[in-house]
Design a protein around this ligand. Structure first.
Ligand code: DX5
Ligand code: ZN
Length: 222
């Protein structure tokens, strides 16, 4: 079954604990936690102390998306503070450092993911697959919520899905950016297992209805 992961980038940061609990009660599966360093992307969001505080308010499965240069510097700290999954960008460091980072995340007993920006070809995941629990395909340029999904990313998702099915069955595929009721069927049909949605959930007053609508729209593949 498709998992729905609300991105707290679109939440009210001053009320993060209650926002998280609200989407959990509304039927969300995971919480997507977007970390931006102002260098890998042109935006700065939240980091270690916010995860630490949030952990006091929710034990929801938290998927930390690190849009951070040289993520190995901080990935272990996110694990220590209770991230359930840490996803790093393949473009953020040399391959050897990325592999060490993925191994370190596993050494903490957490799940490890690899994210791809829109311009990065899907085939780059191949040498990393053995270290991965998830591949995150960015369906918008990382840095900001509320953008339109790039249709070209769907073709790439299909390619990544085929590689996963062939070489690492069980590895999840996550779509991130511009996922809403209209685009959910497209990403689900392209092989996504996990749908990240920021504005399509947090901008709505009825979060339960928003999550149910996304789930129903994505059901094409279920
Ligand atoms: C963008 C982030 C996304 C973003 C998605 O860099 O990685 O997780 O919050 O937001 P929406 O769903 O509004 O496009
Ligand atoms: Zn994200």
């Amino acid at each position: 079954m498709i998992k729905i992961a609300p991105s707290i980038l679109a939440a009210d940061f001053a009320r993060l604990g209650s926002e998280a609990e609200e989407v959990r009660a509304a039927g969300a599966d995971w919480l997507h936690f977007d970390v931006m360093d102002g260098e890998f992307v042109h935006n700065i969001t939240i980091g270690l102390p916010v995860l630490k505080s949030l952990r006091r308010h929710t034990d929801m499965f938290t998927d930390v998306h690190m849009m951070v240069t040289r993520p190995r510097r901080y990935a272990g700290r996110f694990c220590e503070l209770g991230a359930d999954m840490v996803t790093v960008h393949v473009e953020a460091d040399e391959p050897v450092e990325i592999i060490k980072c993925l191994q370190e995340i596993h050494a903490y007993g957490r799940k490890a993911g690899l994210a791809l920006k829109p311009a990065t070809p899907g085939s780059v995941v191949l040498p990393y697959l053995e270290y991965l629990d998830m591949v995150l395909v960015m369906t918008v340029e990382p840095g900001f919520g509320g953008q339109r999904l790039q249709r070209e990313a769907l073709t790439k998702m299909r390619g990544v899905r085929a590689l996963i099915d062939q070489y690492k069955p069980g590895c999840l595929l996550e779509a991130d950016g511009g996922v809403n009721e209209e685009t959910a069927p497209l990403v689900a049909d392209s092989g996504a297992d996990v749908l990240v949605a920021g504005n399509a959930i947090f901008a709505k007053s009825d979060r339960a209805a928003a999550i149910a609508a996304l789930r129903m729209a994505a059901d094409v593949r279920a």
